[in-house]
Design a protein around this ligand. Structure first.
Ligand code: GRF
Length: 199
């Protein structure tokens, strides 16, 4: 079976990218996916150096001072030769323009640290902490042209009982994210590999 080619986009720490890289190397995604590129709009992103240490291909296109359309045109040109089947967002802090979304229809996935129907945009864990939620829901969804508005693929609850700080909330949430993202991608890629006309 041909592996799904994935390009990961990130802007920061990259803990989800690291988790996915391990799963693709010798875990759940090992038979299923190959990370062909890790790219960032922030050349200084910690996630990029972590990807390099893992031996992955990396690239960065600084977004600072560029119009969204101009930046995304560069992003598309960067991605093209890597022929990704999927674009996997992992802490990518930019909204993709319609030109990118339309180039990879139904093929861009994001993980969001909250229920996207209740909280969109940044600071999902701050929101859960400040709202004193006893549990929150991590969401993996397809990306459309809005901000966290795309079809939900799966959600997983995080128990927040007993958390006494935002750091704890985030720690518990990320521990769930790291396993959950790979599980959802595994199911998604399995379906794609079985779809008529797929490689
Ligand atoms: C995660 O909480 C993810 O859900 C959100 O951004 C954060 C990225 O963290 N979209 P990391 O860079 O993967 O550590």
């Amino acid at each position: 079976m041909n592996k799904q080619r994935i390009a990961i986009l990130l802007s920061g720490r990259g803990s989800n990218m690291v988790a996915l890289a391990h799963q693709a190397r010798d875990g759940l995604l090992a038979e299923r996916a190959e990370i062909v590129l890790v790219a960032s709009n922030k050349p200084e992103a910690a996630g990029l150096s972590k990807a390099r240490e893992l031996g992955l291909a990396t690239a960065s296109i600084p977004s600072k001072g560029k119009r969204r359309a101009e930046f995304d045109a560069e992003l598309l040109a960067l991605l093209e030769p890597f022929a990704p089947d999927w674009i996997v967002l992992a802490g990518y802090m930019r909204i993709l323009t319609p030109q990118v979304v339309r180039r990879y229809p139904g093929r861009i996935v994001n993980i969001h640290p909250a229920d996207t129907r209740e909280h969109q945009g940044l600071h999902g864990y701050d929101w859960a902490w400040e709202s004193k939620l006893q549990s929150t829901r991590i969401t993996v969804h397809l990306v459309d042209e809005g901000l966290d508005t795309g079809p939900i693929l799966a959600q997983r609850a995080v128990d927040l009982h007993g958390c006494t700080s935002l750091e704890q909330v985030e720690q518990r949430g990320l521990a769930v994210e790291h396993g959950f993202y790979a599980e959802v991608l595994d199911t998604l890629f399995e379906g794609a590999a079985q779809a008529p006309g797929s490689a």
